[in-house]
Design a protein around this ligand. Structure first.
Ligand code: GLV
Ligand code: MN
Ligand code: MN
Length: 417
């Protein structure tokens, strides 16, 4: 195998530059980034990344949902390519490393392989996957869901953002035309898929380990609840006559927490992260509330049992508080298992370089969850300070980023050899 060198300073400065494509309020905690899919910041960041890839001599393909494929051609282009990738979108007021490390690290890995002078047999692609974050269209991993065939094109195109604009219109305005049917990639098209990502947890840091080798990804699900009550004037509507939708929502949120805790498993997590109150005035009794629930577990059956418990509470809550609660499913995904042979390849690479590594479960979801439907997959985690993520104080050291990128580059080179 050729010796691969990652230019750590260049990679860090590219990450710093990518973080400037944002309009987030500056934060005293660190570099705040908000980059929502198909906004001017996202499109400008994509244009800059395409320039980087062109300078590196990579070919570029974009699909109708904006997934962007940067390709280093192998000596045998007929063979199934090896791929890596991640996302560049960032939730509101997030940090600068989530996803971006996997995209810029992927480009740096391709540059390192190209610079080694050894052309790989298989082509290698770094993929920028569209909208891993659910911020705009309410569902995560939009690009990889459609690419892997998990989300049907017509359902994807009909997704609405907060301004009721359908994805079809938004992506077309952003320059991504054509039917979404063309986005899907057949199983076995890729020989393998790897994703480099910050851990978003504190296990590596706590155990002074430098690389996490992911063995499986927990199963996420999303639900929306709408609670319809009866509101009115905050002074005139007497307490016995109210059917306050927000009071009912508060009970529902606590019921969700109770049922998640009651599984007794550390692997069950449930979060209500948004709450829209109508009409949202201090002197008006809430008449309608919309909540979004994010619930995950390594065991999807246990996740479903939590939902059963919540639904039983909803039935009594509706009677008691005289409100109507409707539930709608956004997504209920299966967990993914990483390919044992890629996990052992990563283990070998770490031990050859004397890098302390640990096998671990990914509790966050990633595009790899969906790439696993069409290819053997694995993930490489690097430590992030105190496990902080989705916040401006998200931080990873240049050395850890470069080390993760080197492991990625070696794995890609060996898989493509
Ligand atoms: C990804 O951002 C997740 O929420 O796990
Ligand atoms: Mn994220
Ligand atoms: Mn991410």
């Amino acid at each position: 195998m050729p010796d691969l060198h990652i230019d750590a300073a260049r990679l860090q400065s590219e990450l710093d530059h990518l973080a400037t494509f944002t309009h987030a309020e500056p934060s005293p905690l660190g570099t705040a980034v908000t980059r929502v899919v198909f906004t001017p910041d996202d499109l400008a960041a994509r244009a800059w990344l395409k320039r980087l890839a062109t300078e590196a001599g990579l070919s570029i393909r974009e699909d109708a949902i904006g997934n962007t494929f940067f390709r280093l051609e192998g000596t045998d282009p007929a063979l199934a390519p090896v791929a890596t990738g991640s996302h560049i979108d960032a939730i509101p007021h997030a940090g600068m490393y989530d996803g971006t490390v996997g995209v810029l690290g992927g480009l740096a890995a391709l540059r390192a392989i190209a610079a080694s002078g050894h052309r790989p047999r298989r082509s290698i692609e770094t993929i920028l996957l569209t909208s891993e974050e659910p911020t705009r269209f309410g569902i995560g991993c939009l690009g990889s869901r459609v690419l892997s065939g998990v989300l049907p094109p017509e359902q994807a195109d009909a997704l609405l953002d907060a301004s009721d604009l359908p994805l079809h219109q938004v992506r077309t305005a952003a320059g991504f035309h054509g039917p979404l049917e063309t986005v899907r990639i057949a199983p076995h098209h890729y020989y393998s898929f790897l994703e480099l990502h910050i851990e978003q947890g504190a296990l590596l840091e706590r155990h002074a380990e430098q690389i996490g080798i992911v063995t499986s990804i927990a199963a996420p699900a999303g639900y929306r609840f709408v609670i319809e009550g009866f509101g009115g004037h905050a002074g005139a509507l007497l307490m016995p006559d109210r059917h306050d939708a927000l009071c009912a929502a508060a009970e529902l949120v606590l019921s969700i927490e109770r049922h998640a805790l009651a599984t007794g498993s550390i692997d069950t997590v449930a979060t209500v992260g948004t709450c829209d109150v109508h009409p949202g005035a201090v002197n008006s009794v809430p008449s309608r509330v919309a909540l979004q629930l994010d619930i995950r577990d390594t065991d999807p059956a246990r996740r479903e049992s939590v939902m059963h418990g919540i639904r039983a509470d909803i039935a009594s809550l509706q009677d008691r508080r005289r409100v109507e609660i409707t539930e709608s499913l956004v997504n209920a995904d299966e967990p993914a298992t990483c390919a044992p042979d890629i996990v052992s390849l990563l283990t070998d690479i770490c031990s050859e370089h004397a890098i302390p590594a640990r096998k671990m479960v990914s509790r966050a979801y990633h595009d790899t969850l969906f790439m696993a439907r069409i290819a053997p997959v694995a993930m490489i985690f690097i430590p992030c300070r105190a496990g902080v993520s989705h916040k401006p104080d998200e931080f990873a050291t240049t050395a850890d980023i470069a080390r993760g990128t080197l492991v990625l580059a070696e794995a890609l080179a060996r898989l493509a050899a």
